[in-house]
Design a protein around this ligand. Structure first.
Ligand code: SAM
Length: 303
């Protein structure tokens, strides 16, 4: 855990980072860029790491905030422990993206997980995470983690049927290399390679500022998986802070079929997730429910 003293009004001159998110027009997030630690272009994206006096170290991919020391635990807890509380006997997991290592750091806390395939397209993201985010990336070399530097879209297409208990898609936004991870074709491949109690989790974007992206994800995943529900987390450094995750499954309901007693008996240490918060996170604000209902109407109109 990273303890950050708030350096307050440091006497350093203020240089500001203003996020450029090509999907979110007219809104941004600003952080003082107090000290640049790394800045290189990989084959796939521009990667930068800088220090901010409040959020600690910040990783950018193509000028968009991916992870910060201060609030990374929210996202990594919710994308990992929510499915694991529904299927605590999961043995084989596929993680797509997640180059900072936060998802596998949480997954290896489960002694019952035997094998994790982690498919990250950009090795440089893992290298930068290892160097600058040691508390997040510390399990990238765990012997149960099988790291593959490949395109997750192709990996899912080529993977055998009924291979995984859980798939966690911790991707960038639906732009550039991340775009293919938001298509119906990719989701259908994921359905095929999941076992019969299989669960797919994805980061489902921001209802305040990306309603059309949220509706598109809802439409596509609802048309492929018998069970699909969104749930929420609060992530200060993501656009509008109110963040959705998608829970898609072949048969298990995320709340009715959760196993809180079994999960609590594991005695795992988390900083955001709890089984009570799990239940609450699936209760969505009325405007989000209306948005998701309207995405079905859009579908009917299209049909
Ligand atoms: N938590 C962050 C968020 O919500 O924006 C994402 C963290 S993680 C750094 C996102 C990762 O997805 C990046 O490392 C990126 O390289 C990877 N990625 C993007 N497209 C990919 C693809 N097609 N296959 C595999 N990894 C991909």
């Amino acid at each position: 855990m990273v303890e950050l003293e708030n350096k307050g009004d440091s006497d350093k001159p203020e240089t500001w980072f203003i996020e450029k998110n090509e999907l979110v027009k007219g809104y941004s997030i600003a952080l003082t860029k107090d000290n640049v630690l790394f800045h290189e272009k990989s084959e796939f994206q521009d990667i930068e790491v800088f220090e901010n006096r409040l959020f600690g170290r910040v990783m950018l991919l193509d000028d968009m905030i991916m992870v910060t020391d201060l609030d990374e635990f929210v996202y990594h807890d919710m994308i990992t422990h929510t499915p694991m509380c529904v299927k605590p006997d999961a043995k084989k997991i596929l993680v797509i993206g997640a180059g900072d290592g936060g998802v596998v750091r949480e997954l290896v806390k489960y002694p019952g997980i035997e094998h994790i395939d982690m498919v990250e397209i950009d090795k440089m993201v893992c290298d930068a995470a290892r160097e600058f985010f040691p508390t997040i990336s510390r399990e990238l070399d765990n012997d149960r983690v099988h790291l593959k530097f490949q395109d997750g879209v192709k990996f899912a297409k080529d993977a055998p049927d009924s291979e995984y208990d859980i798939i966690i898609i911790d991707s960038t936004d639906p732009v550039s290399v991340g775009e293919g991870l938001f298509t119906k074709e990719f989701y259908s491949d994921c359905y095929r390679i999941l076992r019969d109690e299989g669960i797919l989790i994805n980061q489902s974007e921001a209802p305040f500022v990306l309603p059309d992206v949220v509706k598109g994800i809802h439409r596509k995943l609802s048309s492929i998986f018998p069970v699909f529900r969104h749930y929420m987390g609060i992530i200060p450094t993501y656009p509008s802070s109110l963040w959705l995750f998608g829970f898609a499954s072949k048969k298990l309901d995320p709340v009715k079929d959760m196993k809180p007693d079994e999960w609590n008996q594991l005695g795992l240490k988390t900083r955001y997730y709890s089984t009570d918060l799990h239940k609450a996170s699936f209760v969505l604000p009325a405007f989000v429910n209306d948005m998701l209902d309207s995405s079905k109407e859009d579908e009917d109109k299209k049909a």
